[in-house]
Write a protein that binds this ligand. Structure first.
Ligand code: SF4
Ligand code: SF4
Length: 365
């Protein structure tokens, strides 16, 4: 039964109260989908389910069982077509994603050779032009089906990251990544004593092949140790640029949403096996907190905010962090790990008018 709550976010818990299959997450996921008005709106339309299908030896992306359940639910709404999509779908069969297992064809969001793209102007000077995958935005309905996890560049990756990075080609991804970090290294002052490299706790700093000082921003904790230890003050780092990265991510995500008519975009965040890094690393590390469940709604800001609030530092599983990462300062668990406030992308989306943090969570039985 649908409810009339304003800006509802539905939640299916991963924690059953007793040993009853009907209280487990897949069963609750179906009941969550039934609360949402997806089936009512997709009749005769084409639907794209945007996912991150992982890579390499990763095994923590959304289990194919949930994809099949979602696809079956969509089919009951009698859409014209359903596709399941990621920027590339190569090699995902080894992780269990095939048309046979999930019930719908897997289609590369950027086209078979990654060249089916549509340019868009953003009107935002730091990232003036982006490209989006045509097969994805050609659909009528978007189901943004995201696995929530940590992320070295933006603190966490959920619905915003699934759209902001997952629907664009490498050139746009590179342009977004260029928004991160802000390093000034003075080669004339540097005596190559290597103190800055030795002092870096996450091995993010190095001298490249040309002998220039470089930082791998994904791993950088902005601790400033490299700058402070330098006897010749050759390094200067400003941290505010990480806000620009999250802003860039939010702007692209907002643009993707804007490609679809109002009422035809739905967000589903899956909070199971929440790892340190994004699924694109092609590996799975231990879960940082116990499985939480699934949040679903039509408002990306609300779904992201509810997801972040559900990931609590007090539920951190001791020993689950992979060295050299440690828990440092910060309010949110992901900020303690990655030194980035993960809410920045959510606040940016809200400021851009993509949604609101005023919502009501309704837990399904
Ligand atoms: S700021 Fe800290 S983490 Fe970043 S490169 Fe310098 S020492 Fe490494
Ligand atoms: S600590 Fe300073 S002087 Fe020494 S290698 Fe690093 S940048 Fe150069």
């Amino acid at each position: 039964m649908k409810t009339s709550v304003r800006n509802p976010v539905y939640f299916a818990s991963a924690i059953p109260e007793r040993m009853d299959r009907n209280l487990t997450l897949p069963a609750r996921f179906i009941r969550l989908l039934e609360k949402m008005p997806i089936q009512d709106r997709i009749r005769g339309l084409s639907v794209v389910v945007k996912m991150h299908l992982g890579g390499g030896l990763g095994y923590s992306t959304i289990h194919p069982l949930f994809v099949k359940m979602l696809v079956d639910h969509l089919k009951a709404g009698k859409p014209r077509r359903i596709i399941v999509s990621d920027s590339s779908v190569e090699g995902c069969a080894v992780r269990g994603y095939t048309e046979e297992t999930i019930g719908a064809p897997l289609v590369a969001a950027l086209g078979p050779k990654g060249k089916s793209l549509v340019p868009r102007k953003t009107g935002w000077e730091p990232l003036p032009e982006i490209k989006l995958g045509k097969p994805l935005i050609d659909a009528d309905v978007l189901i943004n089906f995201s696995h929530v996890k940590g992320h070295g560049d933006c603190g966490f990756g959920g619905a915003c990251k699934n759209l902001g990075m997952g629907c664009v080609p490498a050139e746009t991804r590179r342009a977004i990544h260029k928004l991160e970090g802000d390093l000034k290294w003075d080669s004339k002052r540097c005596i190559h004593c290597n103190k800055c490299i030795e002092e870096c706790p996450t091995h993010a700093a190095k001298f490249n092949d040309k002998g220039d000082f470089e930082i791998f921003w994904h791993h950088c904790k902005m601790c400033q140790h490299c700058a402070l230890i330098c006897p010749h003050k050759a390094i200067r780092i400003r941290s505010r640029q990480f806000d620009l990265f999250q802003e860039g991510l939010a702007r692209v995500a907002k643009q993707v949403i804007a490609e679809f008519k109002p009422g035809l975009v739905f967000h589903l965040n899956v909070l199971t096996h929440i790892t340190l890094f994004c699924d694109c690393w092609g590996l799975t590390t231990p879960a940082l907190v116990p499985d939480i469940g699934i949040f679903g709604g039509e408002d990306i800001v609300a779904v992201e905010d509810a997801s972040l609030k559900a990931i609590k530092t007090e539920n951190y599983i001791p020993g689950s962090l992979t060295p050299p990462f440690t828990l440092g300062a910060g309010k949110h668990l992901f900020e303690k790990i990655h030194s980035r406030d993960p809410y920045r992308q959510v606040l940016a989306l809200e400021r851009l008018g993509a949604g609101s943090r005023r919502y009501q969570v309704s837990t399904v039985d």
